[in-house]
Design a protein around this ligand. Structure first.
Ligand code: LFR
Length: 472
């Protein structure tokens, strides 16, 4: 009997339920449900609406049934670092505050007063982002220590949904590493570090690996849906799932392209050399203890926000078209400047940056969009240079996966700027990575190599080569 699985993949701007099964040696996908996600202000904080998201997950499961699918299993992945804390009755103690909330401003420096930056890097291998869970928890300790005292369980966003589905509390390895609280070598919560920061280590759950079958649905949900299924842990950090979909990693740099651009390589061990620290590269834990040596680049968030600031008047395709028409505009911003993390208005933030750096200020929609795309490419180029310096070798190809790989203008610009072959696809890399983890847990796929071969055979990948400038 063909086994069907369903992947729930929720990113910062949208979520989806995608069903998948293997048929004639290829992985077949079927989109079941799609919904919006956004950050909302609740009181003094920017938060995620986790209850609304859970209601959408349930809606999607109902739709599976309506479509005649009875999935064997479900797996959930989302963005990383964010969490909810539960009290002794298993109820949330806080809203799910977003990593873009300014509560962590200045917290990184405070933590460095307790534990040096170098030691933190050597122990965790994780890049310094002011929004990492470690700084979020430290901010909470300063503002509301009573909440941390009451907390009996720390669950990251997908884990909270898993808890609602199964009643089971568990932390999952790939997401846990993004907190900067897991020791890169023991692969366990770093209790010493937590102790030094005064954060109660007992609220953390045992770390489970991707491909673990967490359990079945609660009785209440079985009754509601009319069927039971297994809840499986994929790489619950979306980037961990996405990178599984890079069909071949030989000599390849990947870019997982969505709200963020995650650029890097996959490795069998963490690399914590001084240069990696200087360039702020991370070693996020992956399936089968493969490490993602990568860095975060501000990504398509820039253009998503630009679009929102133009009141969603233009589609993404129109923004690309207008950027193409503004070919003569050349200003570039440093997309990784902290001001772009959550500006009141992205267009104004870009214009101010250009003004301050004495460059032409973009005024038309096309100029703003061109500035975003060119600036992203400049940041990719810089990161590639850093990776090649650290690895002391030249990488021949760049593999772009995720929704952003549909932007052909950007793909071509990357090929032109780097003179490397750019492969683009699959678009649904994250859901695919999530599905193959479930299929491995169910015994339908033997191992990661087999999973990557299956993905290679199943999805279209487009190729972009440098276009030589015409010499007249
Ligand atoms: C991408 C992502 C990145 C992580 C950022 C914040 O969706 O998960 O990997 O650094 O979001 O969680």
């Amino acid at each position: 009997m063909t086994k069907h699985c369903v992947a729930v993949d929720i990113g910062a701007s949208s979520g989806r339920l995608i069903a998948g099964h293997i048929e004639n040696g290829t992985l077949q996908l079927q989109e079941v449900h799609r919904f919006e996600n956004k950050i909302v202000q609740k009181g003094n904080h920017f938060c995620w609406e986790v209850d609304t998201l859970f209601a959408e997950i349930k809606k999607g499961i109902h739709k599976c049934r309506e479509l005649g699918l009875q999935p064997e299993s479900i797996g959930i992945d989302t963005w990383a670092v964010d969490f909810v804390l539960l009290d002794e009755d298993g109820n949330p103690l806080t809203d799910a505050v977003s990593y873009r909330d300014p509560r962590t401003d200045g917290m990184m420096e405070e933590v460095f007063n307790i534990i040096s930056k170098e030691r933190l890097y050597l122990e965790t291998g994780i890049q310094f982002q002011k929004f990492n869970t470690i700084y979020q928890l430290y901010a909470l300790k300063q503002s509301n220590p009573e909440i941390l005292e009451k907390a009996k369980a720390f669950l990251m966003i997908p884990e909270y949904f898993n808890y609602l589905l199964t009643g089971k509390k568990a932390n999952e390895y790939t997401n846990a590493t993004s907190t900067q609280l897991v020791n890169a070598f023991t692969k366990k919560w770093d209790k010493e570090l937590l102790g030094q920061l005064g954060i109660n280590p007992d609220m953390f759950q045992d770390i489970q690996m991707p491909k673990t079958i967490l359990g079945n649905l609660t009785e209440e949900l079985v009754e509601e849906f009319g069927f039971d299924m297994k809840v499986v842990l994929p790489a619950t950090h979306d980037t961990g799932s996405a990178v599984l979909s890079v069909p071949s990693l030989e000599d390849t740099i990947y870019i997982s392209s969505g709200t963020w651009s995650l650029i890097g390589v996959e490795n069998p061990f963490p690399i914590c050399v001084p240069k990696a620290l200087d360039y702020n590269f991370t070693n996020e834990g992956g399936m089968d203890y493969r490490y993602r040596f990568l860095k975060n680049i501000m990504g398509l968030w820039m253009i998503q926000e630009v679009r929102r600031n133009y009141n969603n008047q233009y589609s993404f395709a129109e923004l690309v078209q207008l950027a193409q028409e503004a070919a003569d505009f050349r200003s570039i911003v440093n997309v990784d400047d902290a001001r772009f993390l959550k500006p009141d208005n992205m267009i104004k933030a870009i214009q101010n940056y250009c003004r301050e750096t004495e460059q032409a200020v973009p005024s038309t929609v096309g100029e703003v969009a061109k500035c975003v795309f060119d600036s992203l490419v400049a940041s990719y180029e810089k990161a590639i240079g850093e990776i090649e310096e650290i690895f002391e070798k030249e990488f021949k190809t760049i593999h772009i996966i995720g929704g952003g790989c549909q932007n052909e203008l950007l793909n071509q610009k990357i090929a032109d700027a780097t003179n490397k072959t750019v492969y683009a696809g699959p678009v649904e890399a994250t859901a695919i990575g999530n599905l193959v983890a479930q299929l491995m847990a169910l015994g339908e796929i033997d191992n990661l190599n087999e999973a990557r071969e299956l993905i290679q055979q199943s999805f279209e990948v487009k190729t972009f080569e440098k276009i030589e400038a015409c010499i007249n």
